[in-house]
Design a binder for this molecule. Structure first.
Ligand code: ADE
Length: 248
């Protein structure tokens, strides 16, 4: 998969050299290219923002540098499939596991993290005429810019790529993953030692009884979801829950 990020803070994306994403890059599973938006300005001060039409506080990112930067990124992919343009904004559609899965199946993503009050609307319209453009929010809070959301989205997407996670099964029972535990958050996990500060391990996990362990995990997942995210249970298809779930 190819990922391009256009930003005025290229150094903000340095975590993409580390850990899971960094290793995926080193192995050639991810081709990440970071572009400095200011390189697509032509004035002495490398200006990327200006005051908003209609007045109001804050500044708006100018369309011309974005246009030049995006044209340059698109031209570098001549012959490849068109990218999906991912625009982080608190006004976007929610970033969910389902969207992460969908984006992980695309060959090429271009991210446009903005600072200030956002990017001149005409940029979104211009590229929306030719590309699949997704305005995406990572949550109901306002950050100072879209770079941290890019890090969040890239990590969620990269770990879904074939061969990126050590154990392919390990994202199958993630909270929010489709499958048997769909609609439930993951329950608690334990490892060695069997006793720590006087605290043991739930007996069933030591039983070797796979059926009982699966039932226990599902009960714990249900309990945790009910406590932390009752909205998920209310929203879920009632058919997703069996009689035993309802006894919790
Ligand atoms: N930029 C600022 N806040 C954001 C958010 N919550 N999601 C995506 N991009 C953002």
């Amino acid at each position: 998969m190819r990922l391009d990020v256009v930003t005025i803070f290229p150094e903000y994306l340095e975590p993409l050299n580390v850990s899971l994403v960094g290793k995926a890059r080193a192995r050639g599973q991810l081709d990440v290219r970071i572009h400095d938006l200011r390189e697509f300005t032509h004035d002495k001060h490398n200006t990327v923002d200006d005051t908003p039409y209609g007045g109001g506080p804050g500044m708006v990112m100018k369309p011309e540098p974005w246009g030049e930067a995006l044209d340059s990124v698109l031209a570098s992919g001549e012959g490849e499939d068109k990218p999906v343009l991912v625009v982080p904004t608190p006004s976007g559609r929610p970033f969910t596991q389902q969207l992460a899965v969908e984006l992980s199946e695309k060959p090429w993503l271009v991210f446009t993290p903005a600072r200030y009050e956002g990017i001149d609307r005409r940029v979104i319209e211009e590229y929306g005429d030719h590309l699949d453009v997704r305005e995406v929010s990572i949550g109901d809070y306002v950050l100072a810019g879209g770079e941290a959301p890019v890090l969040v989205m890239v990590e969620a997407i990269a770990r879904l790529l074939p061969g990126v996670l050590g154990n392919a099964a390990s994202h199958q029972d993630d909270s929010f993953a489709p499958g048997a535990m769909a609609d439930l958050l993951e329950g608690p996990v334990y490892t060695k030692p069997p006793e720590w500060r006087g605290r043991g391990i739930p007996e069933v996990l030591l039983s070797g009884h796979h059926g009982k362990i699966a039932r226990w995990r599902r009960d714990e997942a249900f309990r945790r979801t009910d406590a932390n995210r009752p909205d998920l249970i209310e929203r879920a298809d009632p058919a997703a829950f069996d009689k035993k779930d309802r006894e919790i």
